[in-house]
Design a protein around this ligand. Structure first.
Ligand code: NAP
Length: 293
């Protein structure tokens, strides 16, 4: 039987509507509007699209949204000045510095300079630490989105074996932690893992966050498993146009899995919806409207 397709667009749309309602309630309660600031350094084409989409989505949810642009040759000090100004600005609830940054700027130094209470990407060591300690935290958006997709698909997580392929700080590691929190037994795989196909085949929940087009084949998937494809890869398509594919060979995996996310239209739309959710969460927390652990 073919797998159920987990519709990320639909789940993201309902989360965005939920956030928009939360923003309206926040405005009524505080008289303030949650504010998101996105900082973009340089002219990277993909980053420009991401930033535009983030701003549009924030405004669509009723938030205030601004983009601060710095030239590609901007110094680390100049970027740190912008971050310091946003940290101090009472109207800014969420700060997101679009990655990657040009080589002259140390990503770690910038991430650590962001006020953890405004760190809506969830990359600051304080939020990473809180997440791993099981405390209330701003968690990274992509893995948070994956958890929502698993919930929406009715996937049973307690006691399930989850295999996360990829151990990056922005996807793989926080993904593993969120699955652990949901009582999965979690294995994190990476480029040095032995016999990855066999390991993947033991997964009830298989998350691929690798960045290698269609690496996960149908015979890597346990029959009935939930397969989440985080990958976004551009490959040459018909008529000289690129097409997007995931890290999973979709057609093969869908023939074996119980449920699977498509690319595009799976995890991608969830990332921005969860960014909006984090911004509202930060705005509420900064005004003492929710309990912080
Ligand atoms: P990344 O930082 O490059 O990390 C890739 C991970 O995959 C690394 O841990 C690497 O292992 C592992 N890996 C590489 N080759 C492997 C192999 N042959 N076998 C097993 N593991 C292998 O990438 P990322 O930032 O986590 O992103 C992963 C993918 O998700 C990319 O396609 C990216 O575009 C996509 N993404 C999508 C969203 C979204 O919104 N949908 C958001 C973020 C990222 P080592 O650590 O051993 O090198």
């Amino acid at each position: 039987m073919a797998a159920r397709i987990i519709d990320g667009k639909a789940v993201a749309a309902s989360l965005r509507a939920e956030v928009a309602a939360g923003v309206a309630a926040f405005k009524a309660e505080t008289g303030a509007v949650p504010g998101l600031a996105v900082v973009l350094v340089g002219e990277d084409a993909a980053s420009q699209v991401y930033v535009r989409n983030k701003n549009k989505a924030a405004e669509g949810a009723g938030m205030r949204s601004e983009t601060i642009r710095l030239p590609a040759h901007a110094s680390e000090a100049a970027l740190l000045d912008v971050v310091a100004r946003l940290n101090a600005d009472p109207g800014t609830d969420g700060i997101l510095v679009q990655l990657p940054l040009p080589a002259q700027i140390r990503e770690g130094a910038v991430i650590e300079a962001i006020d953890p209470a405004k760190d809506v990407d969830g990359f600051h060591p304080v939020n990473v630490g809180r997440l791993w300690l099981g405390q209330e935290a701003l968690a990274p958006c992509t893995p948070t989105g994956v958890m929502r997709l698993l919930a929406a698909s009715g996937t049973a997580l307690r006691g399930a074996h989850a295999v996360v392929v990829g151990r990056s700080n922005i996807v793989g590691k926080p993904m593993a932690q969120l699955l652990l929190r949901a009582d999965c037994t979690v294995t994190i795989a990476h480029s040095r893992t032995r016999d990855l196909p066999a390991l993947a085949r033991s997964a009830d929940v298989l998350v691929a966050a690798v960045g290698r087009a269609e690496m996960v084949r149908g015979d890597w998937v346990k029959p009935g498993a939930a397969v989440i494809d985080v990958g976004i890869n551009r490959v040459p398509g018909a008529a000289g146009k690129d097409r997007l594919v995931g890290d999973v060979h979709h057609a093969e995996a869908a023939a074996v899995a119980g449920a699977i996310t498509p690319v595009p239209g799976g995890v991608g739309p969830m990332t921005i919806a969860c960014l909006l959710e984090n911004t509202l969460k930060a705005a509420r927390a900064r005004r003492g409207l929710v309990r912080r652990a």
